[in-house]
Design a protein around this ligand. Structure first.
Ligand SMILES: [Zn+2]
Ligand SMILES: [Zn+2]
Length: 133
């Protein structure tokens, strides 16, 4: 099943100064908005992927504190810079120095956190489809 064009953005807005997140309007008219915290926790690079797999987190899920660990102050994730990667992706240079993640439009569309798409909305009773872990 390939919905041609669905993973092509018509417009992309990264609210760097406001620090609120990224908004994408897709060619099929769907709109997605991603908070920077979500995006940082969803970083698709091999390192973050590995870290998520080890701690059993999903895309965009914040790291849980280790039992007994003291909550440390961490500034909210925010990109210092965002730049396009070819025609297919965007990458961020985060304020914690990380910049390995390449967020393809397809990845972002697949993980659209809106309630309608369901990957981030708790109120959607969609059955968890075959997501191999
Ligand atoms: Zn990463
Ligand atoms: Zn959506």
């Amino acid at each position: 099943m390939s919905a041609a064009g669905a993973a092509d953005p018509r417009s992309v807005k990264v609210n760097l100064t406001a620090g609120t997140g990224m908004e994408i309007e897709w060619k099929d008219g769907h709109r997605s908005s991603y908070g920077f915290t979500w995006l940082r926790d969803a970083c698709p690079c091999a390192m973050c992927d590995d870290e998520r797999a080890k701690s059993g987190r999903g895309i965009g899920q914040p790291a849980a504190l280790a039992p007994g660990a003291l909550p440390m102050f961490k500034p909210a994730p925010k990109p210092l810079k965002a730049e396009p990667v070819g025609k297919y992706a965007i990458k961020f240079q985060w304020n914690d120095g990380h910049e390995l993640g390449i967020y393809s439009w397809q990845f972002l569309r697949e993980h659209c956190p809106c309630a309608e798409c369901g990957s981030g909305g708790a109120q959607v009773p969609a059955p968890a489809s075959s997501q191999a872990q």
